[in-house]
Structure formats: C-alpha cells, structure tokens
Write a protein that binds this ligand. Sequence first.
Ligand code: PLP
Length: 419
Amino acid sequence: MAGLLSLFPAGSALADDGTLVVGGCRADDLVAEFGTPVLVVDEQALRSRAREYADELTVRWANSRVVFASKAFPCTAVQRVMVEEGLGLDVAGGGEILTALKAGVDPGLVVLHGNAKSDEEIALAVEHGIGLVVVDNSDDVDRLEATVPDGQTQDVLVRIIPGVTADTHAHVLTGHEGSKFGLVPADAEPLIIRIERSSRLRMRGLHVHVGSQILEVEPFAESVAPVARLGDFPVYDLGGGLGARYTWADNPPAVGDYLDSLIGAAREHLPSEAEIIIEPGRSMVCESATTIYRVTTVKHGTITFVAVDGGMGDNLEVALFEQRFEAGIVGRFDGPDPERVTVVGRHCESGDVLVDGVDLSRPEVGDLLAVPATGAYCFTMSNNYNGNRRIPVVFARDGLARLVVRRETWDDLSARDVD
Ligand SMILES: Cc1ncc(COP(=O)(O)O)c(C=O)c1O
C-alpha cells in the first residue's frame, strides 16, 4: 500500500493524521464541501502535463501542435485549461464542438473526428470554421460537399488504417485491419483524389490513430510508414493513444520517450516541412484526477465486498475494458490489518466492480475511499444508471477548491420528461 500515494498527482501528500491531500486540499474537507462521490482534478497537474506535451513535441518537431482529445475529459473547464495552455482541441461530435467553443478555443485549432458524423455535426463544423475535419469515409465527403457554401473551402485530413495492432484491450484498438475507423490505404487513395479535385474541400493531409492505453512505443512508430506511402502532404495528424499509469504495475513510456519514437519515425518517413499534430487524451488527463467515495456497506463472506456510493455510474472503464484501478481508505493508506477485498459499486450489475482485489485497512461503513487515476473517460461515460445523479467535478489548486461541474439534482433526472 506504500506505493498508493505515488498514483495520485505529483505533490499529493498525507497530512499528519494520514489524510490524503490533493492539490493542497484535504480529502475530508473536499467531501465536507462537495459530498461524495466527487471527482477531484489537481489543476496544476493538468497544466503541467499539457505543457510537458507541448514542450516535448516542439523540441523534436518545430512545425507541430498538440490538440487535446476532448473525449477523454469533455468538460468545459478541462478544455479551457488546455486552451489556456495553448493547445488545440480534438472533438468527436457536436456537443464537444460546442463545449470547445464555450471554452474559448480558436476554431481554427479544432480537429473534428467521427466515423458516423451527422449532417448536423458537419454543418456545425462548417458554420463555426472548424480548422480540420478528419474524413473517415466517402459519406463524409458527400456531406461536406453538400454543406460547404459556394466560394468557401473546408480543410480536411483523411483517416488511414495503418494495419498496426498494439498490446491493449481489443475494445480500444483502432489501427488494425477491420477497424471501423478510417480507410485502408487502397480505399483511401481514390477518396484522396476525389478530395483533391473538389472545389469545396482542401486536401491537407492524413490522420492515423492506433488505439488507446498503449504502454509500448513501437506501434506508434510503426503507424507512420503506411501513412507516408500515400504521398507527401502538408499535415500529418499522428493521433493519441499513449497509456497512463493506473496501478503500480503500469509503466507507461514517458512523453519524451513516446515522442522520440514517433518523431523518429516521422523524420524517417515524412516530409521535413510538414506540420505534425498529435492528439493525446487519456495520458493527458488520467493521472490528474481522483475519485473519492463513501463506503456504504462492508459484507464479509468468502469474499469481503466493500461497496461504495458510486461505481459504474461514474467509472465505466472497468466494465468496458477491464481497466484495473487501485484504492485506499482515506486516513489509512498504510493502516493496520490490511484485508484483501473487492470494491464494488451500488449499481444492479455484478459487473459493477471498481477494484477486483485490493488490500484495505479495516474498511468500515462511513470511511472515505480514494481511487486515483480517474481523469480519463470516467466523466465522459458517467451515466444515470439506477437513477444515478452524475457526480461533480472539483478543481483543487494550491489548497483552494472550486466546483467546475455540479452534481446532478433529482430534478435533473426528470428534466427531459415531456409527459
Ligand atoms: C481519433 C482519436 N484521436 C485521439 C484519441 C485519444 O486517444 P487516447 O485517449 O488514448 O490518447 C482517440 C481516442 O479514442 C481517437 O479516437
């Protein structure tokens, strides 16, 4: 359990009484003010990571930019931090376009994705001057040509399937043959020619994304050559996908090592004057956030179940792709009598498990339980299962906490009812 603190954002500490302190704020104080469960973001950690990404990319390839994959944490306040740190935003849908604009992004720095973009989303992108639309298929081209007004052009990239797999869960692989995203090079070629002939579209370059939670650097590098073979373009968007550290067994590559490999391949295969874009999501936000729950039940038996007041309503990562998390009782990370337990949620599914097997010290009803590394895709996929009210997001910085997303109310749950 001694390693648990190392999974919280840098600068996290234990107070004299053992209470977890994140962003300078005590977990018990945060809970007293905002209730449980609560998703706490260490704002400084978020900003540092954004700067690290931008700096490490620029030193390796000057004509480059980082766009944050909003889908990893599509909350306006998080997008605003990225904008303030000079990053662009990758969006994958109409709602993310609108929150990105609300966050103050320069629309020219937005990249729109989607394998099934609707007419409405294409119209929103064109109307708001979104910088790059990543074409996934020929229907995207039909829609864009029908939408872009006379005399105007829309810059596009074409998404390529590089035929690369990586050692990650099948549900988050995207670069393999058979992926629903993008086109294999042979199918991309005629579409590129069509776009180059279009008076409404401007063919700017190619896009590739191998998958998510990738803990090795080779697949990223391998994805570059298949794209390069399609010819020279002004822009190459090499996607996101770097893995994050969820448990002490994880050893994700440092951003610098990942970029050494990726940009090394770019130097080998891509035109030196091209612009390179990367789109980190998970690794940008995951480790900056912590979820704090209240223990509601401790049930002893063959297995000791420690049930908390959240679960798959605020963290679908476990059910979706078996992501392992760690956890500790606030105030007793290194406490006595550690017992191997299964931490479960409050939802009516046996799959509603937060941590399958973790040592907790004397867990009791009323304890606070902290789960680190919940910044990626947890807010994104939070839901109302079993009438769950989606949980608040709090930014903690230098001992000050501010609410950036409020908890849903009971009234919110019926707000869309029309009868
Ligand atoms: C096109 C694209 N870019 C970037 C990302 C971000 O990936 P990650 O969160 O693994 O960095 C994704 C995630 O699925 C994606 O689909």
